[in-house]
Design a protein around this ligand. Sequence first.
Ligand SMILES: *Cc1c(COP(=O)(O)O)cnc(C)c1O
Length: 481
Amino acid sequence: MRYLSTRGHADRKRFCEILLEGLAPDGGLYLPEAYPQISAAELTRLRQIHNTQGYAALAFEVLSLYIDDIPANDLRALCDKTYTEAIFGTREIVPLKVLQTKGVPGARIYLEALSNGPTLAFKDMAMQLLGNLFEYELTRRNAELNIFGATSGDTGSAAEYAMRGKKGVRVFMTSPEGRMSPFQQAQMFSLLDANIHNIAIQGVFDDCQDIVKAVSNDLAFKHKYKIGTVNSINWARLLAQVVYYFAGYFQATQSDTQKVSFSVPSGNFGNVCAGHVARMMGLPIEHLIVATNENDVLDEFFRTGVYRVRGSADTHETSSPSMDISKASNFERFVFDLLNRDSARVKHLFHDQLNQTGQFDLGHDPLFAQAKTKFGFLSGKSTHADRLHTIQTIYADNHIMVDTHTADGLKVAVPLAKPNVPMLVLETALPIKFAATLVEALGCEPDRPAKFEGIEALPKRVLVMPKSVDAVKAYIAQHCD
Ligand SMILES: *Cc1c(COP(=O)(O)O)cnc(C)c1O
């Protein structure tokens, strides 16, 4: 298996070469040259493996189709080490729950739990594997990597919990001082591992991102201090997420001819793009539903064909903050497939047109209609009022509390559900992470998993810094020897 860039660069790379990289050299995103196809017999075999040997064994099978530069026994060991009940809380890893909803009669709606990992958000599903892959590959190369990033919450904590104590890796994570929820701050800042560095910047999230960009643009610094990232465009993260579409399918169906749909609370289009990959491989998915919050860049595209990135001034701060995006960084991967993999055209749209005008319009292109007909995409948006209402009705009908992001997925999914096609809504976080909105909706605090009892009172390790590129660089340099 070789990987290419969506913008047409001539290189063809193997999995471990792109594992530690971000964007391709031409600014494009990496994708496999072709999606491996799952025949009916193969799907039956994968179901058998999932049902008898469990999630880790399924993960090994799916990953093996894309990774041919790690020996099979090593890859299997990495999957076995990652997807355990001890880390993800249940033997199924991504268990389904049936929901009672007053929606379309006869429609069956499930929640697929992706958020029982160490930081209680779905990002652990991929990041935990990434931590083990990084450690494996860095050891093999006798190399080191310093991960430098900006977070407004879920990504930073998932990265830190995945990389803590790992050989060859340090994490330097900036976040806007005082802006994350108290629970999120406690989660991150209570990590005392020597290789984890929390930097609270006196500013907003955009200031943190600007610092990360400035450091990444200083190629000499980046090279000298072996700076890397773990953002959602990393192919290995996306690939790890493909597995739970298969696991959800096998749990919701009995036979391999049945179809299911998925509703995915979306921000950077990483999660639902993994669903797209699973569908391209032949997993019987009817619809992939892109659910957005008030930041509806993606819903607008799937309704009209117009992709219009927002400035920071028109990006709303919402009660599902992990979906507050101004542009969807993985979206280029889907557009590449939609345009029949025409990389010259992708480059023109994403490099020239977006940079010059901040938008492009595929609404008049006959290929646009295929987003729905051939690729199965539907979309919808949800607002704060919808979120509160959904949290209330799900609680009233099921005695289950859902988090604000998952509520967006449910709000959009329920009216689109059909009899005979199970609808799987991906649960992307647990409600305790966003307790304030749960209290607003239900008047009570959400349950807290036992391992997080009292974390707000734990000692914190965080350095507060002004929004200064030089100060941050000096700190990194000082801690990299
Ligand atoms: C990151 C995140 C999302 C958005 O996922 P994308 O892959 O960026 O589309 C949704 N919900 C939660 C809780 C998240 O942490």
